[in-house]
Design a protein. Structure first.
Lengths: 113, 112
């Protein structure tokens, strides 16, 4: 079945450091890929998405590229801020929409001033 | 615009007691989801509704869990009786039929 593997956290960075959170997936067919973020005390929010190979999703300075050859969707940001501290979830959907989301275990990011 | 509203935010019960969680989706969202999130894990789908019809409940443990979505708006998820292993966060989300999911803040259950 479909599955997502993401790096364990916590990831601890200083402000303005470069961020990479690795995500790889196993899926049949051509899934859509997503990154969700959960800020403390809030619900999950969609951060970005990509629906086909080589697509790049981007939002709020975060980027991720759908790499079919390496089955990866790594999340990157060039300069993190304290306000980026949150838990980040990689997810995939085997359909064109969001109906069959499969999530990774989440990676906690802690950014210090 | 109001988001997905869940209640209660926190619930502590003893094992074998019943518990219910309520979800009010975003207005106009016909699709409603209940997810289970165990500590340190990602959310897992329990059930998905299209209007009042449960179209995917394959992951719902039907011996003790039940859900309903009367009139295709609000939904209730019930556990009876609760077990220690049910301690988790229960997330509700809503969307348009193939659109982005919007999640509530979750209901955190502790079973003692």
């Amino acid at each position: 079945g479909n599955s997502v593997t993401q790096m364990e956290g916590p990831v601890t960075l200083s402000e303005e450091a470069f961020l990479t959170i690795n995500c790889t997936y196993t899926a049949t067919g051509y899934p859509s890929l997503f990154w969700y973020v959960q800020y403390p005390g809030e619900g999950l929010q969609l951060l970005l998405k990509a629906t086909k190979a080589d697509d790049k999703g981007s939002n709020k300075g975060f980027e991720a590229t759908y790499r079919k050859e390496t089955t990866s969707f790594h999340l990157e940001k060039g300069s993190v801020q304290v306000s980026d501290s949150a838990v980040y979830f990689c997810a995939l959907s085997g359909t064109t929409g969001f109906q069959k989301l499969v999530f990774g275990t989440g990676t906690r990011l802690l950014v210090s001033p | 615009e109001a988001g997905v509203v869940q209640s209660p935010r926190y619930k502590i019960i003893e094992k074998k007691q019943p518990v219910a969680f309520w979800c009010n989706p975003i207005s106009g969202h016909n699709t409603l989801y209940w997810y289970l999130q165990n500590l340190g894990q990602g959310p897992e789908l329990l059930i998905r509704y299209e209007n009042e019809e449960a179209v995917d409940d394959s992951q719902l443990p039907k011996d003790r869990f039940s859900a309903e979505r009367l009139k295709g708006v609000d939904s209730t998820l019930k556990i009876q009786p609760a077990e220690l292993g049910d301690s988790a966060v229960y997330l509700c989300a809503s969307s348009t039929p193939i659109g982005e999911l919007f999640f509530g803040e979750g209901s955190r259950l502790t079973v003692l």
